[in-house]
Design a protein around this ligand. Structure first.
Ligand SMILES: Cc1cc2nc3c(=O)[nH]c(=O)nc-3n(C[C@H](O)[C@H](O)[C@H](O)COP(=O)(O)OP(=O)(O)OC[C@H]3O[C@@H](n4cnc5c(N)ncnc54)[C@H](O)[C@@H]3O)c2cc1C
Length: 392
């Protein structure tokens, strides 16, 4: 029997950051139990976009704090943070989109994010390679960007490995969670761990199952999300270029080495219940959407694909996170599909909940688990700047 103060189930971006931030608060001994390799789940398969331009104040705050924490951790380790600041345009194709986006500019500013509206005429001067004829404008934040997922995983793993308070166990699948005398006993393929507190950070392929081990329903689902990368851009085109997100069409793109990384969600894809991270790539969908981005950014026209993958992305019904303690000493942390742009902040907030008993600076109704079992409030504004699409 191995005894810890906190056992974190799942060594993805969320679990690692939770352990790291808890250790920073001096909160006892922490074990991270990971079924495979640290970061080997959704985290390392992601596009790494770090966007402060959320669709709600909560989203904007989490993005802003995460960006700061990524940079701080790089400094503390004496390593590169993996964060690249490119600026980020979220383009609007319709007047209706524009109206909503203008409202969001105010919401983000209230959260301390530097966000503005760019008319096509101004956009043509700033980013001439983008076909502004397609858009009625865009919101823009200069200090948004992306992390290289591999570097983000390396840094978060180093942070926990270098901290005496944290032990990371790989190949350590959790198979059951029981309760005995006010403590949890966590059964794993490497034996039993005992702790007063357990954090469910199992991600798209585990959070729901781990919750069920203690009778807590965790509405974290998984669905296909696809990425392609191109080795280059057209000769003479700007590179690196700012990130661009066409929310209505469900795709975004960013620079990647000398080329491009482009991510997409298909609105008709159903929740995937196979339990796999690696799922089939839908080439028909890719080909169908390709003319759209080639017309938006002609420098991407006709490029060969250098890599393509499809993986399970997590989502919650309202695209917002879960940071909660639904049963005494049992905590749930989920990113709602935004675990790269919110992971560090979610780890920080979870560590605050564990050590102080509260989550500061975020409205309870945006983070608590109970919101999903209440009748839907028709006045509640949903986060519309989000992928994947499904609202099932
Ligand atoms: C293709 C793709 C692109 C994406 N792009 C972005 C993006 O650009 N920006 C963004 O913010 N987000 C993006 N995401 C979403 C983001 O990757 C996830 O939200 C984030 O990685 C979730 O982190 P996590 O720690 O919750 O999950 P994971 O990284 O999946 O980690 C959970 C871990 O728990 C482990 N686990 C599960 N069950 C058990 C168990 N019983 N015992 C032990 N261990 C267990 C798993 O093995 C896994 O390693 C993308 C996702 C995909 C798939």
């Amino acid at each position: 029997m191995t005894v810890y103060d906190v056992v974190v189930v799942g060594g993805g971006n969320l679990g690692l950051w939770t352990a790291h931030r808890l250790a920073r608060r001096g909160f006892g001994r922490i074990a991270v139990l990971e079924r495979g390799w640290a970061g080997g789940g959704a985290t390392s398969r992601s596009a790494g976009v770090v966007r402060q331009q959320g669709g709600s104040e909560t989203a904007a705050k989490l993005g802003k704090l995460s960006r700061e924490l990524y940079l701080r951790l790089g400094d503390e380790l004496g390593l590169d943070s993996g964060f690249r600041e490119t600026g980020y345009y979220i383009v609007a194709e319709t007047e209706e989109e524009k109206e909503g986006y203008l409202r969001l500019v105010e919401v983000r500013r209230a959260a301390g994010v530097e966000n503005g509206w760019v008319e096509p005429e101004e956009g043509r001067g700033r980013f001439p390679d983008l076909n502004w004829d397609r858009f009625v404008g865009a919101t823009y934040t200069p200090d948004d960007g992306y992390v290289h997922p591999q570097v983000a995983v390396r840094n978060a793993t180093c942070a926990v490995l270098f901290d005496d308070a944290v032990d990371l166990f790989e190949m350590c699948e959790v198979t059951g969670v029981g309760q005995k005398g006010g403590r949890y006993s966590v059964e794993t393929v490497q034996g039993t761990f005992e702790a007063e507190r357990v954090v469910d950070a199992g991600g798209p392929r585990g959070a729901r199952d781990v919750g069920r081990m203690v009778g807590v329903e965790v509405p974290v689902m998984a669905v296909r999300h696809q990425i392609v990368s191109f080795p280059s851009v057209a000769e003479g085109a700007e590179h690196p270029f700012p990130l661009v997100f066409n929310v209505g069409k469900g795709y975004y793109w960013r620079p990647e080495e000398q080329g491009v990384l482009l991510g997409m969600s298909n609105p008709v894809d159903e929740a995937d219940e196979t339990g796999r991270y690696q799922i089939d790539f839908d080439w028909d969908y890719y080909e169908g959407l390709r003319p759209d981005w080639e017309s938006a950014h002609p420098a991407l026209g006709g490029l060969p694909v250098s890599r393509a993958w499809a993986a399970s992305i997590d989502y919650t019904p309202d695209h917002l996170p879960i940071i909660d303690e639904p049963a005494d000493g049992f905590y749930v942390l989920a990113a709602g599909g935004h675990g790269m742009m919110w992971g560090p902040a979610l780890g920080e907030k979870m560590s605050g909940l564990i050590s102080e008993g509260t989550v500061e600076d975020l409205p309870q109704e945006d983070i608590e688990l109970a919101r999903f079992s209440r009748e839907k409030d028709p006045n509640r504004v949903e986060d519309t700047i989000a992928l994947p699409f499904p609202k099932k």
